[in-house]
Design a protein around this ligand. Structure first.
Ligand SMILES: C[S@@+](CC[C@H](N)C(=O)[O-])C[C@H]1O[C@@H](n2cnc3c(N)ncnc32)[C@H](O)[C@@H]1O
Length: 230
């Protein structure tokens, strides 16, 4: 019998996502989520409302809920199973101040929100207008001057250092115990990924979407984080 891919009743599955998901691939992931909370808190009211784009899995909302004990959250994600996992990881108490909606940012209410995050999602969207449209949809839902935290893995298949960068990416996750099959799939998915973009491209898209005061607050290997303001 095949094991269901998303078995939320299996503590091994949940622990696997927590330990072997973004945390295993992105250097300093817990610290980045802490920084995201600090950067939002700088400009948000204590009872502010945060839009979390790509809220599946719940790790980002979990960290932000600690940073802002009175914040409310609306999270969107087109993957229903990832939202189920988020509900599980966030737990009943935190879920009292979280609304999760299945869909992309266009499914989110108009707000206006006091802050927003999009962590490890922009690189999934093709650079054919979808990235820009998503960033514009986020900015439109923010109050003027509200903070937005963007985190992405950046590169270009044309970069002469692309293979070296992939070796480092895979080596980091391998050192965190990620299994060889997952590593092989992760490596393969990056070369053909139409969403792969350089850090310069992400910054240009942020500016084109109307965000200002763009600040690069995090860079580790090919991972980047920015805070920018609506
Ligand atoms: C690598 S996970 C990151 C999840 C979470 N932000 C974190 O940092 O742990 C990427 C998530 O983005 C979601 N996603 C894919 N396309 C999206 C879109 N157009 N809008 C919002 N989320 C999207 C996926 O379903 C997935 O749950």
């Amino acid at each position: 019998m095949t094991k269901p891919a998303f078995n939320f009743a299996d503590p091994g599955f949940v622990a696997g996502y927590v330990e072997k998901g973004p945390r295993a691939f992105m250097p300093g992931q817990p610290g980045v989520l802490q920084m995201a909370g600090i950067l939002l808190a700088e400009r948000m009211p204590h009872d502010g409302h945060v839009l979390v784009v790509g809220a599946g899995g719940g790790l980002d909302t979990q960290a932000l809920a600690k940073a802002g004990p009175d914040w409310r959250f609306t999270g969107v994600d087109p993957a229903g199973k990832m939202l189920d996992l988020a509900r599980h990881i966030l737990g009943e108490e935190t879920m009292r101040r979280v609304e999760l909606i299945e869909g992309g940012v266009e499914a989110a209410p108009a707000g206006p929100f006091d802050g927003a995050t999009m962590i490890l999602v922009l690189g999934i969207l093709p650079d054919d207008g979808a990235k820009l449209a998503t960033l514009k949809d986020i900015r439109r839902r923010l109050k003027p001057g509200a903070p937005f935290v963007l985190v992405d893995r950046c590169d270009s298949a044309d970069n002469p250092q692309f293979d070296r960068n992939m070796d480092r990416y895979v080596a980091f996750a391998a050192a965190n115990g990620v299994d060889p099959e997952t590593l092989k799939n992760a490596r393969a998915s990056h070369r053909g990924n139409p969403g792969l973009a350089t850090a310069a491209r992400d910054e240009a898209l942020l500016a084109e979407a109307g965000f200002g005061d763009i600040e690069h607050f995090y860079h580790a290997m090919n991972w980047h984080g920015w805070v920018a303001y609506a």
